[in-house]
Structure formats: C-alpha cells, structure tokens
Ligand binder design. Structure first.
Ligand SMILES: *Cc1c(COP(=O)(O)O)cnc(C)c1O
Length: 368
C-alpha cells in the first residue's frame, strides 16, 4: 500500500519505557521500579485530585463539556487573560500539532534549536515542511536570527526551558528576539517547564499576558503533565491572541478532553500549594545530582527543569541506561540525540539515593 509521501521522513516518537515493560522484560518487582525517564512529578497525584476523580467516575457515560468553560475560566484567572485567548489540548502536544498544521505545508520552514523537544520535528515533517536547526545544541538566539534572516521561517520554536538539555533563555532576550520577527511567523514559546525555571530564577519567567498583548504572532504553551502531576490525564493549553486561537480551533477534534481530565486539571489549579512544594523539593534533590556529578567528575548541564542531563565520563550512556534499567531504574539515554549522556528526571529523596547507589556500583565495577 502507498501512503502519504511525507510519512517516509517521519520518525515515530519513542516514549520513555513504561513500568509494565520493565516488569515483563527484566522481572523486576513493580514496587522497586523507579521511573525517571519522562519528567513526571515523582510525588504522585495531588490527594485533592484523586478525591475529585472518584467523584466524577459516575459521569463517565456523558460526553464532557466541550466548551471546557470551567477549566478555561480557571486558566484565564491564573494567567489574567480572557477565555477566548485559550485553547485546551490533549497535552500541550496536541496544541503543538494544531499550530504546525494550521501554519505549514510542504513549502513551509520550521526553525528550532538543534537539540530540543522531538515532537516539533515530527509534527513538522507530517506536513512535509522543511526543518531548519541552529548549529548549537542549546538555544542560541543569534543563530536563530541568522538563519531567520537568510532563510525565513513559518514557525519558530523556543523551548523555555529546553527539553532534553535543561537550559533556559532569559525572558528579556526572548522579548527582544520577538520584536525582530515578522508578524506572519508564528513563534511558539513552549513553557512545559516554566514553573520550575521561574522558581529557580525570576529572569526566566515568561508572562503570557504581556506576550499576547504585545505580539499577535506568538503562542505560549503550558502543560499539566510536569509540575502539576497529571501526565496520565493528557491536558495542556495554548495562550494567544484570539485570531490564532480561532484558527487552531478549526483543527480540534470534538471532545478532545475527557471528563476526568477536565475535572482533575481544574482541581490541580486549586492546589497550587502542592505544586510549589513539589518544585521546592525538586531543586533540593537536583543539588544532590550536581554534587554527585562533581564528585564523580561527570559533566552536567545546569538545569531549570525537573530533570538533569549528565555525561558519564568514559562510560557509554547506552550501557549505563541499560544497566540502570536491569535494576529497575528507567532513565533516558541521549544517544539518539547525538549525546553520550543520560537524562534523569529528578526523583524523590529515596529514588535518587537508589540511583546514586547503582551508579556508584557501576563506576566501582569498572575501576577493576
Ligand atoms: C512534556 C513536554 C510537553 C508536553 O507534554 P504533554 O504531556 O503533551 O502536555 C511539551 N513540550 C515539552 C518540551 C515537554 O517536555
């Protein structure tokens, strides 16, 4: 059978390994599996959300509120914008998909950093668009400028902070860059880890209401999957001027968000205290990884997120990731990104201690 020609260039997204697979393949007791590969919140679902989910279970037979009014209202309150400035997606991933399909076809160009969120390229290639990447792995706005000036772009992705490396541009530099971009170029500011970056350093804080007031061509994306601990519910959002939102809406499937998902996102927004506590613990635990790396003379990228990317000296990251996996610790090997490094989601105190123990064992075993 023949398929749409553009698909020949599309890679399939490889998600972090699920717990079930590690149980099946390595016979590890599910209780001992530590999942640090997908940047989920390791402190679990907020108890208030769990309580709410039980309540909505009996409404499973009715279609969800397709206007998503209550969630939009809560987000509009949080971000001080109008409901008409908001679109909700099944993960912010779905909003990225809407953006790319709303703007691009085979004649389009999409500009991004060399090493950034894999889905930008996958959605881009689905439309047949050309992917332009900066030479540097981390975001370098001068390189973005240079390529934009010489080749133009229909979409520019800025991942703030960047997954999978963890670095983050200063907001003032981002705003200056936005001033230089043509109003027909859609700039996507992916704020999947903004809560973490803002906590660590106020200079990184992107303020969606300021952005959309000033720029008609910019969309800010947020998600409930990371700091808000709802990865399993699949919900994210985009904030932009109404013209962008109206056009993205044309691509939205009906009822793209489920009833339990809507309820849990609304409840999660009421429990900011839980989120703050988790973020605080995250950076406390991050320090342990930094200390561990220094002790072992491993290089790492200072991170504004809930993960850390670490090079393991002379060790092959693929082997290390495999050894960790066999002991029940799931991390992300970065070989596919062209890095001899692993990306580890910052876990709980106990989980991280276990990671250090295993890494220590591996290092010691190699010191003959
Ligand atoms: C996790 C992530 C997202 C979106 O995740 P969803 O679960 O689809 O909301 C978007 N961008 C980046 C950079 C991410 O790491």
């Amino acid at each position: 059978m023949t398929f749409n020609k553009v698909l020949e260039n599309v890679n399939t997204y490889e998600a972090g390994k699920p717990i079930e697979l590690v149980v099946r393949e390595y016979g590890v007791n599910p209780k001992n599996i530590i999942k640090l590969a997908s940047n989920e919140n390791p402190y679990g679902t907020s108890p208030k959300v769990v309580k709410k989910l039980k309540k909505v279970a009996k409404s499973a037979f009715v279609y969800p509120d397709d206007s998503m009014y209550e969630l939009k209202e809560a987000l509009a309150g949080k971000f001080q914008c109008e409901e008409s400035n908001i679109i909700i997606g099944a993960g912010s991933d779905q909003v990225i998909e809407f953006c790319v399909h709303a703007k691009c076809d085979k004649n389009s160009k999409i500009l991004m950093a060399k090493t950034t969120f894999a889905m930008y390229e996958i959605y881009g290639k689905q439309t047949g668009a050309t992917i332009l990447k900066t030479p540097s792995d981390e975001h370098n706005l001068d390189e973005f400028r240079e390529i934009y000036k010489s080749q133009g772009a229909d979409i520019i992705f800025l991942c703030l902070p960047n997954n999978p490396l963890g670095e983050c541009l200063d907001a003032k530099d981002v705003y200056k860059f936005l001033d230089e971009i043509d109003k027909n170029t859609l700039v996507i500011l992916d704020g999947a880890y903004q809560e973490f970056a803002t906590y660590k350093d106020k200079k990184k804080a992107i303020i969606p209401k300021d952005v959309i007031k000033k720029y008609s061509n910019v969309i800010y994306l947020g998600t409930f999957s990371k700091a808000y601990a709802l990865g399993g519910m699949r919900v994210g959002y985009g904030i932009a001027q109404q013209d962008i939102i109206t056009n993205l809406y044309k691509l939205r499937p009906p009822f793209n968000i489920t009833t339990p998902t809507l309820a849990s996102a609304i409840e999660a927004l009421k429990d900011e205290k839980f989120v703050k506590k988790c973020i605080k613990k995250n950076f406390k635990q991050m320090k342990r990884y930094e200390q561990f790396a220094k002790l072992k003379k491993f290089k790492y990228i200072p991170s504004y997120t809930n993960f850390i990317t670490m090079c393991l000296g002379d060790f092959i990251s693929k082997d290390i990731a495999q050894k960790l996996l066999e002991k029940g610790v799931i991390v992300r090997d970065m070989t596919g990104y062209g890095f001899n490094a692993i990306r580890i989601t910052i876990g709980t105190q106990e989980q991280n201690t276990r990671v250090f123990e295993i890494l220590d064992e591996i290092v010691k075993a190699n010191e003959y």
